[in-house]
Design a protein around this ligand. Sequence first.
Ligand SMILES: Nc1ncnc2c1ncn2[C@@H]1O[C@H](COP(=O)(O)OP(=O)(O)O)[C@@H](O)[C@H]1O
Ligand code: SF4
Ligand SMILES: [Mg+2]
Length: 331
Amino acid sequence: MSENKKLVEIEHLKQYFHARGTRGKKQYVQAVDDVSFYIYKGETLGLVGESGCGKTTVGRTMLRLYEPTEGRIIYDGKVLFDKDAGISVDMMPYRRKMQIVFQDPYASLDPRMTIGDIVGEPIDIHSLVSDKKERHDRIISLLQRVGLNSEHANRYPHEFSGGQRQRVGIARALAVDPEFIVCDEPVSALDVSIQAQVVNMFEDLQSELGLTYLFIAHDLSVVRHISNRIGVMYLGKLVELADSYELITNSLHPYTKSLISAIPVADPVTARANKRIPLAGDVPSPVNPPSGCRFRTRCPYADERCAKEVPGFKEVTSGHFAACHHLDKVK
Ligand SMILES: Nc1ncnc2c1ncn2[C@@H]1O[C@H](COP(=O)(O)OP(=O)(O)O)[C@@H](O)[C@H]1O
Ligand code: SF4
Ligand SMILES: [Mg+2]
């Protein structure tokens, strides 16, 4: 990681969607609500939380694939979006720098296009080459970079395994020489046996190319090794963020504790640091989230204050942030 220089920052980011099937009364899915964090250059920030908590929405909103409802997005010191100040820059130059690898390698590749054209498309969009030979060479070198070869260029997605397709998705993201990649659960749809290979490839690419990642996963076991720091989301809110080892061995928030206790433990340090805390009940709807702390309907420590006041996201110890009124009581 380069000397603590921030590459991407989001401040008070909100993303509300119109709720489907709510005619008449306007209702919103509060998919992301007042989330702030930053990612250092060359860092991997892991983002975890149960399905539906807003991880994908954070990733896509950061890239402005969705226009934020509120908040600020800063990239390499430049404000890309600021609702209050009325700033909304043209994203075209930034589309090259900020890429995404999608969760589902089956749905994200056009079945009618060859692998070569899928990888070549962003090269064409951004006019990165001057002739056909250069284009061809660039595609082949990208395929090789992700462990595929020149013979794969003329084939179609259906001829590939899930792991190979995800490699194609990664080659496509790399085609424009990005600096920052949102990796949206890139291994969740893959066989457990090949997940580690693909995660290792992300790590190798990062050190070769100096990339910065937001690495999204629904469980901690996938991100704990690849991430420098990890953020935990619950129902549209960031509830905790810390250095990875600190988060795993010294978590503060009751929700994080329950997630950690669900990891199958191979190492005794983690086992000792965390007793099992079962998570009761279902996740409430983001259309009508609980007042105050959104975790209160499932939290064993909840009291009246938790129903009234939204807990602030505070730096508890250096670099370790958490949002909870009763950290002193949480064991
Ligand atoms: N385009 C959309 N329109 C309406 N609701 C959406 C849209 N995208 C996501 N949501 C809702 O926002 C919430 C967060 O979704 P998402 O960001 O996909 O969560 P995650 O990636 O953590 O599983 C969910 O309740 C989801 O149904
Ligand atoms: S603020 Fe209250 S409900 Fe929320 S996590 Fe802390 S103790 Fe639990
Ligand atoms: Mg998602």
